[in-house]
Structure formats: structure tokens, C-alpha cells
Design a protein around this ligand. Structure first.
Ligand code: SF4
Length: 113
């Protein structure tokens, strides 16, 4: 899979959840409160359908799991998606709000390979 400039896709930025209640001052969710922001979470099944092992082996070298206008911590399947990525032995970067993440919440997972 190649973008319009002829570069191969390899680093995928995924937004696991478009939900958030934090209201950071410069966030579009806060600056445009009357916008009907999507309120959705990515399920493990949706992720697996989009990123099959064969697709990943051909087109993915790295995932960044971060929100643009949502926080991944609101995704119920987040840890299962992380486990799926790790089972394929891929490098993944996980960006969460530190105020809502505890060791207990991430289940003591070693997120670094
Ligand atoms: S989506 Fe991100 S930037 Fe926006 S309020 Fe939530 S944490 Fe802050």
C-alpha cells in the first residue's frame, strides 16, 4: 500500500477511542463544544478485521495507539488490542493520559519489548 507520494505505508496511527471527558484547554473538543463529536470505541474484532496478520506482515511495521480527539483509556478492548499487536511481535507505541493510567489498570503488562 503506497501513498500518493509513492511512500510505502508502515507506521499506522490508530485512535482506539473518540471518547474523552478531560476538557484540555486547547483541544478541539473543548474549543468547539457544540460539535457533535463521535463517541465510539474500536473493538478487538474491528481491529482484527482491518489489521489481519497477513496485512500487518505486509504493510505495518509500527503502530501508535493514541487519540486525536479521544483518549484510548475509554476503549474497553484496548488491552486486548495491545495483546494482539504484541502477539504479532510488532513495535507499538502507546500514548495514554498519565492521570488515568495505573499499573493496576494496565494489568502489570510489560508494554515494552
Ligand atoms: S481528547 Fe486529548 S486533548 Fe482532547 S480533552 Fe481529551 S485528553 Fe485532552
Amino acid at each position: 500500500m503506497i501513498n500518493r507520494y509513492g511512500w510505502q505505508f508502515y507506521h499506522w496511527h490508530i485512535e482506539p477511542s473518540s471518547k474523552c471527558t478531560v476538557k484540555c484547554p486547547r483541544c478541539p473538543r473543548t474549543e468547539f463544544p457544540n460539535t457533535s463529536w463521535l463517541q465510539k470505541e474500536l473493538s478487538l474484532e474491528e481491529f482484527k478485521n482491518a489489521f489481519t496478520p497477513s496485512f500487518i506482515s505486509e504493510y505495518v511495521q509500527r503502530f501508535t495507539m493514541c487519540g486525536d480527539v479521544g483518549d484510548p483509556i475509554y476503549c474497553k478492548d484496548y488491552l486486548r488490542i495491545v495483546e494482539y499487536i504484541k502477539s504479532i511481535n510488532l513495535l507499538a507505541m502507546f500514548i495514554l493520559l498519565p492521570m488515568v493510567v495505573t499499573r493496576k489498570k494496565i494489568g502489570g503488562m510489560n508494554l515494552h519489548k
